[in-house]
Write a protein that binds this ligand. Structure first.
Ligand code: NAD
Length: 366
């Protein structure tokens, strides 16, 4: 059966990086025999300009009838004066809500070749490879009641979680941990918050069904400190909406550039894959964007939406190999290093992917 991918390149560097992710997916289709079909749809500023709205009906319909959505980025400075609800970013929020994914997966890898580019001492960060799983549809960001009191001098939000909401995201956490190093750190503030006490109790109960996964509970403040001092001590981190929002950005610092970070939002009607970065208007159209975040998002798409673990792992290897061989876009380059364009980086990763595959074949042939 064909894998139907709805492409939403969006604004700014979105189309440039999406093109390179598609290059890699086409390569995978050609070599694996898996039929992959693509349709392309407008979202964000480009849709406001053409269709008068950020998320046209046709785009939403295409997303809902696809097997997966691969998005570039949205946003353009010319819409900055508008109300939040009329800006391109509102279209992405509406799309995420319509697709209904409740688990946001943000891997953060310190590629050995980039360890020196991080704010860490290289020996502290080398080997760090984290997966943050953030609950996305509940908690403080959605809890009611919320608002301002009439005086305008008091404001309030509600932090609320139900067992069901915790169970479904914890299941994703345990299953991902099982596929990786079998280590899960559940993040909470159970010494202060009742919601965290429920979170901890539910995750502990579920842990009994995953005896092969080593579960630890870590207070969020301790987790922040550990991420900053010993990032290699974590593998999979399970977080509520607020803690995950903050810690996933902090974890991103181990990667060395925003341009290499991918993400997936899963568990809803259709899963959504997108690089973490925005539309980067300062470099759009110049061939300077790093496509690795988009390419690594495409690898996540193959892993989660097509169960093509082998092909996803080969892409991850190819990215690592390309970086190890010195491939650098501008955001990664040190003074004096050769700078590749977006397209050249995509081509270099495709070449590395072909080599990864060839190496495997010749190894099996021996
Ligand atoms: P940004 O992520 O677009 O850019 C931040 C900085 O990182 C810029 O200097 C940019 O040049 C650089 N950068 C980002 N991605 C890069 C890449 N792939 N390669 C090389 N350098 C890269 O964030 P911003 O400047 O705060 O926002 C720009 C626009 O994007 C705004 O309209 C914002 O609302 C929107 N935005 C969209 C998303 C999304 O679509 N998911 C996420 C964040 C921001």
């Amino acid at each position: 059966m064909s894998l139907k991918i709805a492409l939403m390149p969006g604004d700014g560097i979105g189309p440039e990086v999406t093109e390179e992710a598609v290059r890699i997916l086409k390569n995978v289709a050609e070599h694996s025999g898996k039929a992959i079909s693509f349709t392309t749809h407008r979202i964000g500023g480009v849709a406001i300009d053409t269709d008068g709205m950020g998320l046209p009906e046709a785009t939403l319909e295409a997303a809902l009838s696809a097997d997966a959505v691969l998005l570039g980025a949205v946003g353009h400075p010319k819409f900055e004066g508008r109300l939040p609800s009329e800006r391109p970013e509102a279209a992405l929020l509406a799309l995420r809500q319509a697709l209904g994914g409740f688990a946001n997966l943000r891997p953060a890898i310190c590629y050995p070749a980039l360890a020196r580019r991080t704010a860490f001492q290289p020996e502290r960060v080398r080997g760090a490879n984290l997966l943050i799983i953030r609950e996305l549809l509940g908690g403080l960001y959605y809890g009611e009641p919320r608002g301002f009191e009439a005086s305008g001098n008091t404001a309030f939000n509600t932090l609320i979680y139900s067992r069901h909401e915790i169970e479904r995201v914890a299941k994703v956490g345990f299953e991902r941990a099982r596929e990786r190093k079998k280590k899960l750190a559940s993040i909470d503030k159970a010494n202060v918050l009742e919601t965290s006490r429920l979170w901890r109790a539910v995750v502990s109960e579920m842990g009994k069904n995953y005896p092969d996964v080593e579960l630890e509970h870590v207070y969020v403040d301790t987790a922040a400190m550990r991420l900053a001092t010993a990032p290699t001590s974590f593998d999979v981190m399970l977080c509520d909406n607020l803690f995950g929002d903050i810690l996933s950005d902090q974890a991103g610092s181990i990667a060395g550039s925003l341009g290499v970070l991918p993400s997936a939002t899963i568990g809803g009607r259709v899963d959504l894959y997108e690089p973490v970065h925005g539309s980067a208007p300062d470099i759009a159209g110049k061939g300077l964007a790093n496509p690795i975040g988009a390419i690594a998002s495409a690898a996540m798409l193959l892993r989660f939406s097509a169960k093509m673990d082998k092909e996803a792992a080969e892409i991850d290897h190819a990215i690592e190999d390309a970086l190890a061989a010195g491939a650098r876009t501008k955001d990664l380059a040190s003074p004096g290093e050769r700078v590749l364009s977006t397209r050249e980086m995509g081509q270099t990763i495709e070449d590395a992917l072909n080599e990864v595959r060839d190496r495997k074949h010749s190894y099996h042939g021996v």
